[in-house]
Design a protein around this ligand. Structure first.
Ligand code: COA
Length: 404
């Protein structure tokens, strides 16, 4: 329960210095005029602050985005960001008040999906966000590995160019590709400034970004200097690899693997990045998993039909949602020919689950059958969890390439 002395409102320009200070102190960063890349993307009318009297003590924002969902559709979604509470004011309900304000606002405006990246794993499930809605793989691999026979490399030219030359081309490629990849988001002009921020402070001791263009894609990476008397040891840290064709993907990976003076490549990428299956020794591609997007169905009945499904199903879902009670209760979820309808029902439940479980499964990232084994989904009518699991699965693992 929020402390009754607290108030919450949207911010205006005059609030920005305080907003920035609260964020910096909360995230244990430096507060300087320079350190404002997140403010560039902030939508003032969707940014909230909590006050204790006149003192700003909490912040949160929503960015208006589209996310690609299974079926290749673009669904409007609120990207929740800059959630922070000033040290000394924590555990008195400030974040909960911000979460409630956001979710009620989205419910009223009809935005059926919310999503975020969590700084810590134990914060957001209580607000109905489902973990591992997309996951991320940290891949590391040695350079110079051969490709498996049959992986063709074309003779397309790959050119390293300046950031100015690369950006317009990258924007176009990204816009083409993001609508085909489940979990990818629309970008606005300033997303690029944040995602590819390249000030000294953003580099963590690595070089500035290198931009390489292929006729059908691009790769952006930094280099971490490393010496080894035994051979090349510099590390290529890939930021983004975007290709409109599978051929370009092979060409650009080959380009990185063959980079002179480099010994290792690392890349935060999709869990099912095909490189593991392209090289002759898949075990040499080391893969560490992490959670990426957490997804929240703001309105179950409007969110579920936003995507298509892999098979027909007809189940009554009993949804538990204490934070957004309008979702609680029984819903008949029917899929015919890939399209879903969701309607209130008094019929007995086939499956019971909390709303966060639906968020985890929504993009096809977590199987409902696994959540059943985790005691998060309860089956009342045999066979329904398996049927739902199959229906929710997509063609690829969902993946979100950018932190917001
Ligand atoms: C995470 C943060 C925003 C929480 O703010 P807060 O105002 O203390 O949260 P609330 O008081 O509303 O907490 C609500 C509940 O969540 C729990 N909770 C909050 N933060 C938690 C954390 N980091 N770990 C575990 N539980 C947490 C509280 O204990 C409380 O539980 P209860 O309802 O059972 O009592 C705040 O600690 C913070 O600013 N952290 C640093 C920045 C950060 O990590 N932001 C999140 C970015 S994704």
């Amino acid at each position: 329960m929020a402390d009754s002395a607290l108030s919450v409102r949207t911010i205006d320009e005059s609030d920005l210095p305080d907003f920035q200070r609260v964020m910096a102190w909360a995230f244990l960063g430096d507060h300087s005029g320079e350190d404002s890349k997140w403010l560039k993307v902030l939508e003032r009318d969707r940014a909230h602050a909590v006050f204790d009297g006149d003192e700003m003590i909490g912040t949160a924002g929503i960015l208006t985005r589209e996310i690609t969902v299974p079926g290749g559709r673009q669904a409007p979604a609120g990207a929740v960001t800059v959630v922070s509470v000033k040290p000394g004011h924590r555990r008195r309900g400030v974040a909960s008040l911000l979460m409630k304000t956001q979710l009620h606002g989205m419910h009223e405006s009809g935005e059926a999906l919310a999503m975020l990246w969590a700084s810590e794993g134990s914060i957001y499930r209580r607000y109905g966000y489902g973990e591992f809605a997309t996951s991320i793989a940290m891949l590391t691999m040695p350079t110079r590995m051969a490709f498996h026979p049959g992986v063709h490399v074309s003779d397309a030219r790959i050119r390293q160019v300046s950031r100015e030359e690369a950006l317009p081309v990258m924007r176009e490629f990204h816009e083409q590709v993001r609508t085909t990849r489940v979990g990818w988001l629309s970008r606005v002009e300033h997303t690029w400034d944040v995602h590819l921020a390249d000030r000294e402070v953003d580099r963590d001791g690595l070089t500035s970004y290198r931009y390489c263009l292929h006729p059908e894609g691009y790769v952006v990476f930094r280099v971490k200097g490393n010496r080894d008397p035994g051979g090349p040891a510099n590390e290529l840290h890939v930021r983004e690899l975007v290709c409109t064709t599978e051929q370009a993907y092979a060409d650009l990976y080959r380009f990185l693997l063959d980079m002179d003076l480099a010994g290792e490549i690392s890349f935060y990428t999709a869990w099912d990045d095909p490189i593991t299956h392209m090289v002759d020794n898949p075990r040499k591609v080391r893969r560490e998993a992490g959670d990426a997007l957490w997804v929240r169905l703001v309105d179950v009945d409007r969110a579920l039909p936003l995507r298509t499904y892999s098979s027909d199903v007809d189940s009554v879902l009993e949804v538990e949602d204490s934070f957004c009670p309008w979702n609680s209760g029984r819903w008949r979820f029917t899929v015919k020919g890939g399209e879903a309808t969701v309607a209130r029902t008094e019929d007995p439940a086939d499956v019971s689950l909390d709303v966060a479980a639906l968020g985890s499964a929504f993009l096809g990232g977590v199987r409902l059958s696994v959540l059943k084994r985790a005691h998060r989904v309860v089956e009342h009518t045999p066979g329904h969890v398996d049927a739902l699991t199959t229906a929710f699965l997509g063609v690829t693992e969902p993946h979100c390439p950018e932190v917001f």
